[in-house]
Design a protein around this ligand. Sequence first.
Ligand SMILES: *Cc1c(COP(=O)(O)O)cnc(C)c1O
Length: 387
Amino acid sequence: MMDLKQIDKQYVANTYARFPVELVKGKGSLVYDETGKEYIDMGSGIGVTAFGIADDEWQAAVTAQLGKLQHMSNLYYTEPCTLLAETLCKKTGMKKVFFCNSGAEANEGAIKAARKYAADKKGPEYFTIVTLINSFHGRTLTTLAATGQDHYHELFQPLTPGFVHAPANDLEAVKSAALENKAAAVMIECIQGEGGVIALEKDFITGLADFCKEQDILLVVDEVQTGNGRTGELYAYMNYGVTPDVVSTAKGLGGGLPLGAVLFGEKTEFTLGAGDHGSTFGGNPVCCAGALSIVNRMDESFLEGVKAKGQLIKDTLQGQPGIEAVSGMGLMVGIKTVKPAGDVVKACIEKGVLCLTAKDKVRLLPALNIPEDLLKKALAVILDCAK
Ligand SMILES: *Cc1c(COP(=O)(O)O)cnc(C)c1O
């Protein structure tokens, strides 16, 4: 392609600081640029291609559905959407699922449900959502308001009102913020992803769950990044032994096609009724057929494998020259390097490994089925670039 990068700069909105790499194809955890150079993919499209690029089973599920029915509106029943909802509920104990197209949209659905639940139950003044400082919940005006990082807010005032931010791991502060502001819900990421791959403390999350239950304030867990096997459990809250009232997810769910979901628990399963919420593309049969092929393979032994590979990453990197600390869970990993993370990521690209950053960390979100030999090869390159 003639100077694709220049054409892109001219015609695509400049909202992304792209790396100077054009990717044309891939298979599993390997991708190739237009010159044929091979890369090990340690980012999986920001935790999206859960089983890698062009995974055979996923591809078969998607193409079979594509040839049958690529879209009907939500005015009708379609099998993939129904079966995916059933599967997600059976695997989590949640009661109902609303499908949408992205993480931000899933959070919008969760927030709407929380507001309606609290208004129905306690009165319309109970609309505030408490979120955590350093959180990330999306780019729409409402999910930006939810995001507890001021620098995302500055250019887009006024944002949706009704959000307050409290410090993570400070249970007393979150409790007072919730009580003083007549909170409808507290919304958290169990591991702050964009915020630097920081897992919240167990006592904080269990204490918060108890408090929310006592006060009938909804516990909403944003599993957009942490969900769908990423941490070695199907959803990250399962690592903490709590039961959320609402779970939002997206990224890895569709295996590479846009799909988000809001999972409603016992308290909220009937909160949104006919006409209260909707989405034209939500629950698209092709996306849902792909998602079914992904979620159905996430059994206990598969998730054990995710945990083992996460441990392998920690064991390989921890204490090595240039590595200050390794954080995260399963295959959601943050690496605090001595050198600036951006420099390490650039050097890795040169050497054929694609990594991400999150704040001041190098972030790894490889495909969950990345073969161990490729993982080890990529870690050797990262170590080499970090030292
Ligand atoms: C990526 C992300 C979002 C936003 O998802 P989009 O699909 O980009 O809208 C929301 N919450 C968390 C925790 C995320 O990591």
